[in-house]
Design a protein around this ligand. Structure first.
Ligand SMILES: [Zn+2]
Ligand SMILES: [Zn+2]
Length: 136
């Protein structure tokens, strides 16, 4: 099964093949800043499951404010939308931003993580796994 998507302007496209390793909603500071939203959704695949094509991709590498390990955001040079990232913490894996899929509802969330920094008015679906920090 292929799942495609891309950036906001459509210049950069991606296709993810097969099932994700894990899909998580993350309430950490990094995901808030990347997405401009209360939380970010990362759908993690093995590197070889994801193919990126089309326009120019730029990267921004920085260190996690909690672990000091590197995180590399990948975004479209034309529209600036960050559609993917890789992390020192998860070698061999690539996250796709959940909202970047053509159908952003095709995958099931496994958990909400970093809930200790979630907004105070955040509610979770019944039965959803939640973790105060990272799920390792
Ligand atoms: Zn774009
Ligand atoms: Zn996060």
């Amino acid at each position: 099964m292929n799942h495609s998507g891309g950036c906001q302007c459509g210049a950069v496209k991606f296709t993810a093949t097969g099932e994700p390793v894990r899909a998580m909603a993350c309430h950490c500071t990094t995901c808030k800043l990347r997405s401009g939203s209360p939380y970010g959704i990362g759908v993690y695949f093995k590197d070889e499951q994801v193919e990126i094509s089309g326009g120019q991709v730029q990267t921004f590498t920085f260190s996690s404010d909690t672990t000091g390990r590197w995180i590399k955001n990948e975004f479209c040079a034309a529209c600036g939308a960050t559609f993917s990232w890789t992390l020192e913490m998860r070698p061999g894996l690539r996250a796709i931003a959940g909202g970047s899929f053509d159908d952003p509802d095709w995958f099931k969330l496994d958990a909400h993580i970093w809930t200790q920094s979630a907004r105070s008015d955040m509610c979770y679906p019944e039965g959803m796994a939640t973790f105060p920090q990272a799920l390792t």
